[in-house]
Design a protein around this ligand. Structure first.
Ligand code: NAD
Ligand code: ZN
Ligand code: ZN
Length: 337
């Protein structure tokens, strides 16, 4: 089988021929149909974050495929099922986070495409309890971006308190942002979309953003405060400056949800105004298996649109470069079929 492998940080990925893995107990073997390319894969391959993956590794955590085989002790999933391989490859299942609906915070978790080989591969093994079934009627090419970009922003919107009467700023209308905008609208909020490329700003209009701000030519905080300020800002651009601009756009009692993870990510806060204006800053990391099931259900009902471009896995390095140069609207999906 072919897999795209990181053999050194900031080196081009290599397409390698590997042996198809055998599913161990509690594992399933998945034949990949589609895998999204998340900006996290680019951070992973560049070694951008304080905890780096062990080299070599296969990135990818928006994998969709068909179960071809399974090890002992897998009862819930059957050969022939279509499943999603998300960032949460597995968790311990018994810590306080796991047992109270916060498995995405489990300190023992393993992550697809980071600490275990991911979905940039024709086949992958995955834990049978942690793959999520993709409902009939959801196109695998749509399901792929929903598996990280979708679930992450669905969760971020949920924890943000967005709802009717709230003004929500979405900073970065990329893979994550174009779905965040849709979830904020589903929640009933007024939306402000911010980006730095013409194509993304056009996309934001098309997806029904109430206001669109071009961070290249406009002062984001000033524009949004001119509207009355943001009750919620969701930071989805891998840029420290964009996170601070989103914070500065908040109105009193506003909440900034940090999602993007820029290399050397930092946010300096003005303590005095933070306290006097009663603001909050929270972090949000992907979502749970249940959140992903809800994301698939909403899509199945026709409430979300996934904007994507298909590529072949052998074009992985060009695809990375295109994401970094802002040439993709909004997600690359590798089509293995
Ligand atoms: P992307 O490259 O598809 O989208 C980023 C968008 O930000 C692009 O549209 C880009 O034009 C825009 N942008 C760049 N600079 C900007 C600025 N100054 N102001 C406004 N917009 C700007 O990336 P993505 O796949 O959507 O991922 C975004 C970030 O989220 C990455 O850092 C990724 O690692 C992170 N991420 C976090 C989680 C989580 O669970 N917390 C999950 C997935 C991804
Ligand atoms: Zn991701
Ligand atoms: Zn746990």
């Amino acid at each position: 089988m072919k897999a795209a492998v990181v053999t050194g940080f900031a080196r081009p990925l290599e397409i390698q021929d590997r042996v198809i893995p055998l599913p161990a107990a509690h594992q399933v073997l998945v034949r990949m149909e589609a895998s999204g390319l998340c900006h996290t894969d680019i951070h992973a391959a560049a070694g951008d974050w304080p905890v780096r993956p062990d080299i070599p590794f296969v990135p990818g955590h928006e994998g969709i495929g068909i179960v071809e085989d399974k090890g002992e002790g897998v009862d819930r999933i059957h050969v022939g099922d279509r499943v999603a391989l998300a960032w949460l490859a597995e968790a311990c299942g018994h810590c306080d986070h796991c047992v109270s609906g916060r498995e995405n915070l489990c300190p023992e978790q393993r992550n697809s495409g980071y600490s275990v080989d991911g979905s940039f591969s024709e086949y992958a093994v995955a834990h049978g309890d942690y793959v999520v079934k993709v409902p009939e009627g959801v196109d695998p090419l749509d399901a792929a971006p929903l598996t990280c970009a979708g679930v992450t922003t669905y969760k971020a919107v949920k924890v943000s308190g967005a709802g009717p009467g709230k003004r929500v700023l979405i900073s970065g209308i990329g893979g994550l942002g174009h779905l965040a905008l849709q979830y904020a609208r589903i929640a009933g909020a007024e939306t402000v979309a911010v980006d730095v490329t013409d194509a993304k700003l056009r996309l934001a209009h098309e997806l029904g953003a109430d206001h669109v701000v071009d961070a290249r030519t406009q002062d984001v905080a000033k524009e949004v405060r001119g509207l009355g300020g943001a009750d919620v800002a969701i930071g989805l651009a891998a840029s420290n400056a964009s996170l601070r601009a989103a914070y500065d756009a908040l109105r009193r009692h506003g909440t900034l949800v940090l999602v993007a993870l820029p290399a050397d990510g930092r946010l300096e806060l003005p303590v005095f105004t933070h306290v006097l204006e009663g603001k909050s800053v929270i972090g949000s990391i992907v979502g749970t298996r249940q959140d992903l099931a809800e994301v698939f259900r909403l899509h199945r009902l026709g409430r979300t649109r996934v904007i994507r471009e298909q590529r072949r896995l052998k074009e992985v390095n060009e695809a990375f470069a295109d994401v970094l140069a802002g040439r993709i609207t909004a997600r690359v999906v590798f089509d293995f079929r």
